[in-house]
Design a protein around this ligand. Structure first.
Ligand code: PEP
Length: 236
């Protein structure tokens, strides 16, 4: 399966930053065997879209659970398609924590995305407390069962992102990632890509990408630095 590297810029960057950043990573993107996706904030989608002659694809960091209408502040899947968005991150742990997003809401968002032809990137993962209690696999299985209800699992991407690994510089061991990804694989089947996310960087990318059932990376902090992100791309 072709590897997939997604840059989750979160609420960073402004329009002046985008073009220089993309110019800097472009040689690595061109030389890479991976699919590369940039997921900027909504206002920057059109700026990145202007650069899509490069072999890059565009992702959104969220998508509305509703198709259209009186939902102030929401962005509909159809509007994302209009921006040439191909992927939408759903259920990132920051949205689950800061906006109380549930597995059921994520399910609605993924259904809207799929109806519009956008591939959802469904983020799952356990908290530090849940890990300490040995609940990792149970948590992940519940998130998959509830989030992927009525969804053809071959049509989604799953990103395993342990909450305690996001932005902390700490990652699970290779064995831990392998065990969790194997459990996810059993549920989503052979055709879904399973990404790892959580403090992936230019130093650990190669090792993580070699783990069985790791089909790519979702990268936060290290995707904001063009040199670091280019190094990650170069490992594929
Ligand atoms: C993320 O938030 O999706 C993420 C992977 O962040 P970081 O790489 O900074 O841990």
């Amino acid at each position: 399966m072709k590897k997939l590297i997604i840059a989750n810029w979160k609420m960073n960057m402004t329009s002046v930053d985008v073009v220089p950043f993309l110019e800097e990573i472009f040689p690595s993107v061109e030389a890479s065997n991976a699919d590369i996706v940039i997921a900027p904030s909504f206002p920057l989608l059109s700026v990145v879209r202007g650069q899509l002659e490069k072999p890059l694809m565009l992702g959104a960091q969220d998508v509305s659970a509703f198709s259209k209408g009186a939902y102030t502040g929401d962005v509909a899947a159809e509007q994302l398609v209009d921006m040439r968005v191909k992927f939408a991150i759903v259920g990132h742990s920051e949205r689950r924590a800061q906006h109380n997003e549930t597995n059921a809401l994520c399910n609605e968002k993924m259904l809207r995305a799929l109806e519009a032809g956008i591939t959802p990137v469904y983020c799952i993962g356990e908290s530090a407390e849940e890990k300490k209690n040995g609940e990792t696999l149970a948590v992940v299985k519940k998130q998959l069962k509830e989030g992927l209800k009525n969804i053809d699992t071959s049509k989604v991407i799953v990103a395993y992102e342990p909450v305690w690994a996001i932005g902390t510089g700490v990652t699970p061991t290779a064995e831990e990632i392998e065990t969790t990804h194997a459990a996810i694989r059993k549920i989503v089947g052979a055709h879904a890509r399973i990404l790892y996310g959580g403090s992936a960087n230019e130093k650990n990318a190669a090792e993580i990408l070699h783990i069985t059932n790791v089909d790519g990376l979702l990268v936060g902090s290290a995707s904001l630095n063009s040199h670091k992100f280019a190094s990650i791309i170069q490992t594929v």
